[in-house]
Write a protein that binds this ligand. Structure first.
Ligand SMILES: [Zn+2]
Ligand SMILES: [Zn+2]
Length: 275
Protein backbone atom coordinates (compact mmCIF):
# COMPACT_ATOMS: atom_id res chain seq x y z
CA UNK A 1 0.00 0.00 0.00
CA UNK A 2 1.49 3.28 -1.12
CA UNK A 3 1.81 5.85 1.62
CA UNK A 4 0.85 8.69 -0.67
CA UNK A 5 -2.25 7.03 -2.13
CA UNK A 6 -3.36 6.04 1.36
CA UNK A 7 -3.21 9.63 2.55
CA UNK A 8 -4.88 10.87 -0.64
CA UNK A 9 -7.75 8.40 -0.28
CA UNK A 10 -8.41 9.36 3.34
CA UNK A 11 -8.21 13.07 2.51
CA UNK A 12 -10.59 12.65 -0.45
CA UNK A 13 -13.07 10.76 1.73
CA UNK A 14 -12.89 13.53 4.33
CA UNK A 15 -13.47 16.10 1.60
CA UNK A 16 -16.55 14.20 0.44
CA UNK A 17 -18.26 14.66 3.81
CA UNK A 18 -20.97 17.28 4.16
CA UNK A 19 -20.24 20.04 6.73
CA UNK A 20 -22.53 18.48 9.39
CA UNK A 21 -20.90 15.07 8.85
CA UNK A 22 -17.45 16.59 9.13
CA UNK A 23 -18.34 18.34 12.37
CA UNK A 24 -19.86 15.11 13.64
CA UNK A 25 -16.67 13.21 12.85
CA UNK A 26 -14.51 15.93 14.40
CA UNK A 27 -16.51 15.71 17.61
CA UNK A 28 -16.17 11.95 17.75
CA UNK A 29 -12.42 12.18 17.13
CA UNK A 30 -11.99 14.90 19.76
CA UNK A 31 -13.72 12.86 22.42
CA UNK A 32 -11.75 9.77 21.42
CA UNK A 33 -8.51 11.69 21.55
CA UNK A 34 -9.41 12.97 25.03
CA UNK A 35 -10.09 9.44 26.13
CA UNK A 36 -6.79 8.22 24.67
CA UNK A 37 -4.83 11.03 26.27
CA UNK A 38 -6.33 10.23 29.62
CA UNK A 39 -5.26 6.61 29.20
CA UNK A 40 -1.75 7.65 28.19
CA UNK A 41 -1.52 10.03 31.16
CA UNK A 42 -2.54 7.22 33.51
CA UNK A 43 0.04 4.94 31.93
CA UNK A 44 2.79 7.50 32.23
CA UNK A 45 1.96 8.52 35.77
CA UNK A 46 1.57 5.04 37.20
CA UNK A 47 4.63 2.87 37.45
CA UNK A 48 2.49 -0.21 38.06
CA UNK A 49 0.09 0.36 35.16
CA UNK A 50 3.00 1.09 32.84
CA UNK A 51 4.85 -2.12 33.78
CA UNK A 52 1.72 -4.23 33.56
CA UNK A 53 0.89 -2.85 30.13
CA UNK A 54 4.45 -3.33 28.94
CA UNK A 55 4.41 -6.90 30.22
CA UNK A 56 1.10 -7.54 28.44
CA UNK A 57 2.58 -6.11 25.25
CA UNK A 58 5.69 -8.27 25.57
CA UNK A 59 3.59 -11.38 26.03
CA UNK A 60 1.91 -10.84 22.65
CA UNK A 61 3.31 -12.33 19.47
CA UNK A 62 3.93 -10.07 16.51
CA UNK A 63 0.76 -11.48 14.96
CA UNK A 64 -1.28 -10.45 18.01
CA UNK A 65 0.28 -7.03 18.11
CA UNK A 66 -0.70 -6.60 14.47
CA UNK A 67 -4.26 -7.69 15.29
CA UNK A 68 -4.39 -5.06 18.06
CA UNK A 69 -3.34 -2.37 15.61
CA UNK A 70 -5.76 -3.75 13.01
CA UNK A 71 -8.65 -3.38 15.50
CA UNK A 72 -7.52 0.14 16.23
CA UNK A 73 -7.59 0.84 12.47
CA UNK A 74 -11.08 -0.70 12.16
CA UNK A 75 -12.62 1.52 14.80
CA UNK A 76 -10.88 4.57 13.31
CA UNK A 77 -11.98 3.77 9.75
CA UNK A 78 -15.44 2.98 10.99
CA UNK A 79 -16.06 6.54 12.22
CA UNK A 80 -15.41 7.82 8.70
CA UNK A 81 -16.94 5.03 6.59
CA UNK A 82 -20.28 4.97 8.41
CA UNK A 83 -21.08 8.35 6.86
CA UNK A 84 -20.94 6.76 3.41
CA UNK A 85 -22.46 3.37 4.04
CA UNK A 86 -24.64 3.40 7.13
CA UNK A 87 -26.63 0.33 6.06
CA UNK A 88 -23.84 -2.17 6.50
CA UNK A 89 -21.85 -0.77 9.34
CA UNK A 90 -21.82 -3.11 12.26
CA UNK A 91 -20.51 -1.39 15.37
CA UNK A 92 -16.74 -1.88 15.59
CA UNK A 93 -15.57 -4.58 17.99
CA UNK A 94 -15.35 -3.47 21.58
CA UNK A 95 -11.76 -3.03 22.69
CA UNK A 96 -10.85 -4.04 26.24
CA UNK A 97 -9.18 -1.33 28.29
CA UNK A 98 -6.10 -3.49 28.71
CA UNK A 99 -5.81 -3.87 24.93
CA UNK A 100 -6.45 -0.18 24.35
CA UNK A 101 -3.64 0.68 26.77
CA UNK A 102 -1.41 -1.83 25.03
CA UNK A 103 -2.06 -0.46 21.56
CA UNK A 104 -1.64 3.16 22.70
CA UNK A 105 1.67 2.28 24.33
CA UNK A 106 2.76 0.31 21.27
CA UNK A 107 2.03 3.22 18.95
CA UNK A 108 3.81 5.58 21.30
CA UNK A 109 6.86 3.30 21.44
CA UNK A 110 6.91 3.19 17.62
CA UNK A 111 6.85 6.96 17.50
CA UNK A 112 9.64 7.25 20.05
CA UNK A 113 11.70 4.78 18.04
CA UNK A 114 11.02 6.63 14.81
CA UNK A 115 11.98 9.92 16.39
CA UNK A 116 15.16 8.56 17.96
CA UNK A 117 16.16 4.98 17.08
CA UNK A 118 18.51 4.81 20.11
CA UNK A 119 16.00 6.00 22.69
CA UNK A 120 14.70 2.53 23.48
CA UNK A 121 18.19 1.12 23.96
CA UNK A 122 17.77 2.30 27.53
CA UNK A 123 16.86 -0.44 30.05
CA UNK A 124 13.08 -1.06 30.12
CA UNK A 125 12.95 0.31 33.67
CA UNK A 126 13.74 3.69 32.10
CA UNK A 127 11.16 3.47 29.31
CA UNK A 128 8.40 5.21 31.22
CA UNK A 129 10.66 8.19 31.68
CA UNK A 130 11.82 8.15 28.03
CA UNK A 131 8.29 7.83 26.66
CA UNK A 132 6.96 10.42 29.11
CA UNK A 133 9.51 12.98 28.05
CA UNK A 134 8.83 12.36 24.36
CA UNK A 135 5.09 12.57 24.93
CA UNK A 136 5.31 15.89 26.80
CA UNK A 137 7.59 17.37 24.13
CA UNK A 138 5.28 16.43 21.25
CA UNK A 139 2.19 17.54 23.14
CA UNK A 140 3.70 20.97 23.56
CA UNK A 141 4.78 21.34 19.97
CA UNK A 142 2.99 19.29 17.29
CA UNK A 143 -0.57 18.90 18.45
CA UNK A 144 -0.33 22.29 20.05
CA UNK A 145 -2.03 23.62 23.09
CA UNK A 146 -5.75 23.12 23.06
CA UNK A 147 -7.75 20.99 20.69
CA UNK A 148 -8.12 22.60 17.34
CA UNK A 149 -10.46 20.84 14.96
CA UNK A 150 -7.89 20.90 12.19
CA UNK A 151 -5.18 19.36 14.32
CA UNK A 152 -7.40 16.48 15.39
CA UNK A 153 -8.09 15.67 11.72
CA UNK A 154 -4.41 15.90 10.81
CA UNK A 155 -3.53 13.57 13.69
CA UNK A 156 -6.28 11.20 12.54
CA UNK A 157 -5.02 11.01 8.96
CA UNK A 158 -1.42 10.53 10.10
CA UNK A 159 -2.31 7.84 12.61
CA UNK A 160 -4.51 5.96 10.11
CA UNK A 161 -1.89 6.12 7.37
CA UNK A 162 0.84 4.86 9.67
CA UNK A 163 -1.27 2.04 11.12
CA UNK A 164 -2.62 0.95 7.72
CA UNK A 165 0.88 0.75 6.36
CA UNK A 166 1.97 -1.30 9.34
CA UNK A 167 -0.98 -3.67 9.11
CA UNK A 168 -0.65 -4.16 5.37
CA UNK A 169 3.07 -4.87 5.76
CA UNK A 170 2.65 -7.26 8.70
CA UNK A 171 -0.71 -8.78 7.99
CA UNK A 172 0.10 -10.09 4.51
CA UNK A 173 -3.23 -8.73 3.35
CA UNK A 174 -3.83 -6.94 0.13
CA UNK A 175 -6.40 -4.24 0.71
CA UNK A 176 -6.02 -1.19 -1.42
CA UNK A 177 -5.74 -3.09 -4.66
CA UNK A 178 -6.52 -6.62 -5.75
CA UNK A 179 -9.44 -8.51 -4.33
CA UNK A 180 -8.45 -10.10 -1.07
CA UNK A 181 -9.10 -13.58 0.20
CA UNK A 182 -12.65 -14.65 0.94
CA UNK A 183 -13.87 -14.30 4.51
CA UNK A 184 -17.18 -15.19 6.12
CA UNK A 185 -19.67 -12.43 6.87
CA UNK A 186 -20.01 -11.42 10.51
CA UNK A 187 -22.38 -13.77 12.35
CA UNK A 188 -24.03 -10.92 14.25
CA UNK A 189 -24.74 -9.12 10.98
CA UNK A 190 -26.08 -12.24 9.25
CA UNK A 191 -28.42 -12.99 12.15
CA UNK A 192 -29.80 -9.45 11.89
CA UNK A 193 -30.52 -9.58 8.13
CA UNK A 194 -34.17 -8.81 7.38
CA UNK A 195 -36.66 -11.31 6.04
CA UNK A 196 -38.98 -9.99 3.34
CA UNK A 197 -41.93 -11.47 1.53
CA UNK A 198 -41.66 -11.96 -2.22
CA UNK A 199 -44.35 -9.79 -3.75
CA UNK A 200 -46.07 -10.29 -7.05
CA UNK A 201 -45.45 -7.68 -9.71
CA UNK A 202 -42.45 -6.19 -7.90
CA UNK A 203 -39.48 -4.96 -9.87
CA UNK A 204 -36.38 -7.07 -10.33
CA UNK A 205 -35.79 -10.73 -11.09
CA UNK A 206 -37.61 -13.34 -9.03
CA UNK A 207 -34.82 -15.84 -9.38
CA UNK A 208 -32.35 -16.63 -6.64
CA UNK A 209 -28.99 -16.29 -8.41
CA UNK A 210 -27.34 -18.81 -6.12
CA UNK A 211 -29.54 -21.82 -6.94
CA UNK A 212 -31.08 -20.40 -10.16
CA UNK A 213 -34.49 -21.39 -8.90
CA UNK A 214 -37.53 -19.20 -8.64
CA UNK A 215 -38.43 -17.45 -5.41
CA UNK A 216 -42.10 -18.22 -5.00
CA UNK A 217 -44.53 -15.42 -4.24
CA UNK A 218 -45.39 -14.80 -0.58
CA UNK A 219 -42.35 -16.74 0.48
CA UNK A 220 -40.02 -15.17 3.08
CA UNK A 221 -36.59 -14.55 1.63
CA UNK A 222 -33.45 -12.77 2.78
CA UNK A 223 -32.75 -9.18 1.78
CA UNK A 224 -29.17 -7.89 1.82
CA UNK A 225 -28.48 -4.17 2.44
CA UNK A 226 -27.95 -3.77 -1.33
CA UNK A 227 -31.63 -4.86 -1.72
CA UNK A 228 -30.82 -8.14 -3.49
CA UNK A 229 -33.01 -11.10 -2.49
CA UNK A 230 -32.08 -14.75 -1.97
CA UNK A 231 -33.49 -17.91 -0.47
CA UNK A 232 -32.49 -17.99 3.17
CA UNK A 233 -30.90 -21.41 2.94
CA UNK A 234 -28.86 -20.37 -0.12
CA UNK A 235 -27.57 -17.06 1.25
CA UNK A 236 -26.76 -18.45 4.71
CA UNK A 237 -24.55 -21.09 3.13
CA UNK A 238 -22.99 -18.45 0.84
CA UNK A 239 -22.27 -15.97 3.66
CA UNK A 240 -20.64 -18.62 5.81
CA UNK A 241 -17.77 -18.52 3.31
CA UNK A 242 -17.85 -15.03 1.83
CA UNK A 243 -19.01 -11.56 2.81
CA UNK A 244 -19.99 -10.36 -0.66
CA UNK A 245 -23.38 -10.19 -2.36
CA UNK A 246 -23.51 -12.77 -5.20
CA UNK A 247 -25.15 -10.19 -7.47
CA UNK A 248 -23.27 -6.96 -6.93
CA UNK A 249 -20.28 -7.84 -4.68
CA UNK A 250 -21.53 -5.47 -2.00
CA UNK A 251 -19.52 -6.31 1.13
CA UNK A 252 -21.09 -7.17 4.46
CA UNK A 253 -19.13 -6.64 7.68
CA UNK A 254 -16.93 -9.52 8.76
CA UNK A 255 -15.37 -10.65 12.04
CA UNK A 256 -12.01 -11.12 10.30
CA UNK A 257 -9.88 -8.06 11.09
CA UNK A 258 -8.12 -7.90 7.72
CA UNK A 259 -11.34 -8.55 5.82
CA UNK A 260 -13.03 -5.77 7.77
CA UNK A 261 -10.23 -3.30 7.04
CA UNK A 262 -10.49 -4.22 3.39
CA UNK A 263 -14.26 -3.68 3.40
CA UNK A 264 -14.05 -0.27 5.10
CA UNK A 265 -11.13 0.71 2.92
CA UNK A 266 -13.09 -0.12 -0.24
CA UNK A 267 -15.89 2.15 0.95
CA UNK A 268 -13.40 5.03 1.20
CA UNK A 269 -11.81 4.19 -2.15
CA UNK A 270 -15.17 4.20 -3.93
CA UNK A 271 -16.10 7.54 -2.32
CA UNK A 272 -12.77 9.11 -3.17
CA UNK A 273 -12.87 7.92 -6.78
CA UNK A 274 -16.40 9.33 -7.22
CA UNK A 275 -15.33 12.61 -5.81
ZN1 LIG B 1 -31.74 -20.10 -3.86
ZN1 LIG C 1 -26.29 -7.02 -4.04
Amino acid sequence: MELETTTTTIMAALAALTPPQLSDLTHTLLSLSHHHRRRISSLLSSHILFSLTLRHLNSLSLHHKTILIARHVISSLHHLALHFQPAANAPPPRVKLRDLDAVLLLLLLCEVHQHDPDALQAPTAKWREVVGKFYCDTMLTVSGIGDHNASVLVTYVEMLTRCLRFVSAMGSCSFGGKAGREVAASKAVVVALPSVEVRSGGAGPKECVICKEEMAENRDVCELPCRHLFHWVCILRWLSKRNTCPCCRFRLPTDDEYGEIQRLWEVLVSVSSDF
